[in-house]
Structure formats: structure tokens, C-alpha cells
Design a protein around this ligand. Structure first.
Ligand SMILES: N[C@@H](CSCCS(N)(=O)=O)C(=O)O
Ligand SMILES: [Mn+2]
Ligand SMILES: [Mn+2]
Ligand SMILES: [Mn+2]
Length: 307
């Protein structure tokens, strides 16, 4: 297996239903308007832009929380199901889907789509958070804190999410950047023996060694396709301030870029998510900075180098 997509498919997902803050649905348009498409063409890619997918609303009255907790379940499920078919379709066409969020609940769709085309793909999840709560462990009911549990088939089955198959195995996901984990998530990570490199390990070993260890865990022979799901809140808030759930003590600008550069170097990247850019949460300069960092990370994951 050696993927070598020549064309990127930009999948703009203006979606915020997985969390309560307005504005994250404007992430995609800000990234595209900052010139991301031209920047990717500049580094040699053909870029296919599907436009920003419009998701029809489901009114709150007809989408009550599950167990009075999970919010907008039917909306999130329906949106992720359509994202799965869009991303899966591009992957099947040999294109490299680059999904622009939008909140991280979308990863239920993107990873499902990738795994439909590349069933043995591994997932590298860059995030301050594990996003692995189940309906039993979540404290917020925000589904952007739950996508990984759905992909692994953990927790009880909810009919609203019947389309999601447990396509991801615990040994095929690895985290880098964790520093804000809920009690229930700690237990889930431990019980499922999921490998996670927190900011403690990043400090202890350095980002180079951490990325090598992460790849050794999920891709020991460097022969499995890679789906990189990058939540900009993995970066320190001083680097990416305009995001919904900022947590101090995050990745530096260079650490974030090193991860993307190193994954590009494997030649195994088949799908990328750039999530949780919310251009409405900071002053204009901080928003511009956050959007610019998002574009820069995407370029690095797709081959832009320093020399
Ligand atoms: N663990 C918390 C915060 S989850 C933050 C989600 S994200 N996608 O990383 O911003 C929760 O479940 O609400
Ligand atoms: Mn298309
Ligand atoms: Mn996340
Ligand atoms: Mn996060």
C-alpha cells in the first residue's frame, strides 16, 4: 500500500452542533478566505474545493437531548453521516480529504469516511482533550467531547447514531498534546490501553521523540495509512487563542508544525482534519493569528518545508 494522492479535496464543514459556542461554524470560510487553497496550489497540489457543505437545520423541538444530556444528537449524527460519505467518496477517488471545521464532533464522520476506504488506517489525534467521553461519562453533554468513543464503539448504543460502526480499534489511535482529561475519560483510556502522549511526555522527551514513539505504537512498520485529526486547541492559547476550549500549557508553534512535518515525511497521510477554529472568540488580530496558524499547519502536513 502506498497512497500518493495528487489532489486535495477541501471539505468545508461549517458546523457547531457538537458544542455550545457560536462561531466555530465560521472556521472554514475564514481558512479559505485566508488563502488556504492558493497556498496549497503554491506547494504543488491540485485542489478540488467542494464548497462549504450546507447542513440543513433540525429544530431543537424535534431534537431533544438524549437522557436530557447529549445535545443536538440527531443533528450531529446526520451531519457526521453526510461528512462520512463526502470524505469517504474523496478518499475512494484517490484524493486527500482536508476537512476544515467546525467542531471536533465532525471527526465521527471524517474518520468513518477514511476507514471506509482505508480500513487499516491509524488515527493520530492532536488535542488538549481526549474527546472520548461516552453518554455515561460526559459532564457537559457536548458531543465534540465524544467522537472517539463512538468510533471505538464504546458505551451504550444510541439509535440516533446507529449508522456509526465501531471501525476503529484502540491500538490504532494515539494522542499527542493531552492536558485536560475528564475522570471518566482517564478510566476509558486506561481500560482500553489507549496510548496517549500528554504535555508531560512532550516536555520529558521532546516532540521529535514523542512523534517517533507515537508512530512506533500505531504504525510500527510505517506501512499503514494515517488519518491526522488536528484540534487547534492542542496548541498553547498564546499560539491559537480563538478556539472554544482553550487550555494553558499547550504545544508551541514549532511543536505543532513539527508533528505535521513529521507525518508528511512518512508519505502515509491519507486524510487531515483541522478542527475547532472559532473566529468569533477573540480580537481581530488574535483571530487572524489563529486562522493563519491553521493554514500553516495544513501546509506543513501537506509538504511545505522550512528549507
Ligand atoms: N472533556 C470536555 C471538554 S471536550 C473539548 C472538545 S474539543 N473537540 O477537544 O474541543 C467535555 O467532554 O465536554
Ligand atoms: Mn467533490
Ligand atoms: Mn478535540
Ligand atoms: Mn480540544
Amino acid at each position: 500500500f502506498l497512497p500518493n494522492p495528487k489532489t486535495i479535496a477541501i471539505v468545508g464543514c461549517p458546523f457547531s452542533g457538537g458544542q455550545p459556542k457560536l462561531g466555530v461554524d465560521k472556521g472554514p470560510i475564514h481558512l479559505v478566505e485566508a488563502g488556504l487553497i492558493e497556498q496549497l496550489e503554491e506547494i504543488g497540489w491540485k485542489v478540488h474545493f467542494d464548497g462549504h457543505h450546507q447542513f440543513e437545520e433540525i429544530h431543537a423541538a424535534s431534537d431533544p437531548p438524549i437522557k436530557t444530556l447529549l445535545k443536538n444528537p440527531r443533528l450531529v449524527s446526520r451531519v457526521c453521516e453526510s461528512v462520512a460519505s463526502v470524505v469517504g467518496g474523496h478518499a475512494k477517488n484517490g484524493q486527500l480529504p482536508v476537512t476544515l471545521g467546525g467542531d471536533h464532533s465532525l471527526a465521527m464522520g471524517t474518520v468513518s469516511g477514511t476507514l471506509a476506504s482505508y480500513p487499516d488506517a491509524c488515527v493520530i489525534w492532536i488535542d488538549a482533550h481526549a474527546d472520548i467521553n461516552t453518554s455515561k461519562t460526559t459532564e457537559s453533554g457536548n458531543i465534540h467531547g465524544m467522537p472517539v468513543s463512538f468510533l471505538l464503539g464504546l458505551g451504550e448504543n444510541h439509535p440516533e447514531f446507529a449508522w456509526i460502526r465501531p471501525v476503529l480499534k484502540p491500538e490504532r489511535i494515539v494522542y499527542i498534546g493531552l492536558r485536560d482529561i475528564d475522570t471518566g475519560e482517564r478510566r476509558i483510556l486506561r481500560e482500553n490501553k489507549i496510548k496517549a502522549f500528554s504535555m508531560h511526555e512532550v516536555d520529558k522527551y521532546g516532540i521529535g521523540k514523542v512523534v517517533e514513539m507515537a508512530l512506533d505504537h500505531v504504525n510500527p512498520n510505517r506501512d499503514l495509512p494515517i488519518h491526522l485529526s488536528f484540534d487547534v486547541d492542542a496548541l498553547d492559547p498564546s499560539v491559537a487563542p480563538s478556539t472554544g476550549t482553550p487550555v494553558r500549557g499547550g504545544l508551541t508553534f514549532r511543536e505543532g508544525h513539527y508533528i505535521c512535518e513529521a507525518i508528511h515525511e512518512t508519505g502515509l497521510l491519507v486524510a487531515l482534519d483541522l478542527m475547532e477554529v472559532n473566529p468569533s472568540l477573540a480580537d481581530p488580530e488574535s483571530v487572524r493569528q489563529t486562522v493563519a496558524v491553521g493554514c500553516s499547519l495544513v501546509r506543513s502536513a501537506l509538504g511545505e518545508t522550512l528549507l
